[in-house]
Design a protein around this ligand. Structure first.
Ligand SMILES: [Zn+2]
Ligand SMILES: [Zn+2]
Length: 96
């Protein structure tokens, strides 16, 4: 049996390519520039594909992880990638 050749872009998986390790997010992916250049995927109208996609497998675990830094992710409404962080308000109410 001959395995089929790889279909599509050799630089990414489903339009996402590794984009290094973010200080807070850990390993992240971004939209594949090669696919964008070849019109294989659409450029996000909201962020221009500048958003990061963390390798975290669940949004809940990601939120817990970021909360340790006092941060919450700000999502792009176009592609649901992470565009920024915002500080979480401290609801513990007490003073140290
Ligand atoms: Zn690609
Ligand atoms: Zn976007």
């Amino acid at each position: 049996m001959i395995l089929p050749r790889l279909a599509g872009c050799p630089y990414c998986i489903d339009g996402y390519q590794p984009a290094g390790v973010d200080l807070y997010l850990g390993p992240v992916y971004m939209a594949c520039q090669i696919c964008i250049d070849n019109d294989a995927i659409d450029v996000c109208a909201d962020c221009g594909c500048d958003s990061l996609f963390p390798a975290f497998t669940s949004a809940h675990r990601l939120a817990e992880h970021l909360a340790r830094y006092g941060l919450a992710p700000v999502l792009c409404l176009g592609c649901f990638g992470i565009t920024d962080f915002r500080a979480i308000e401290d609801h513990s109410g007490g003073t140290r």
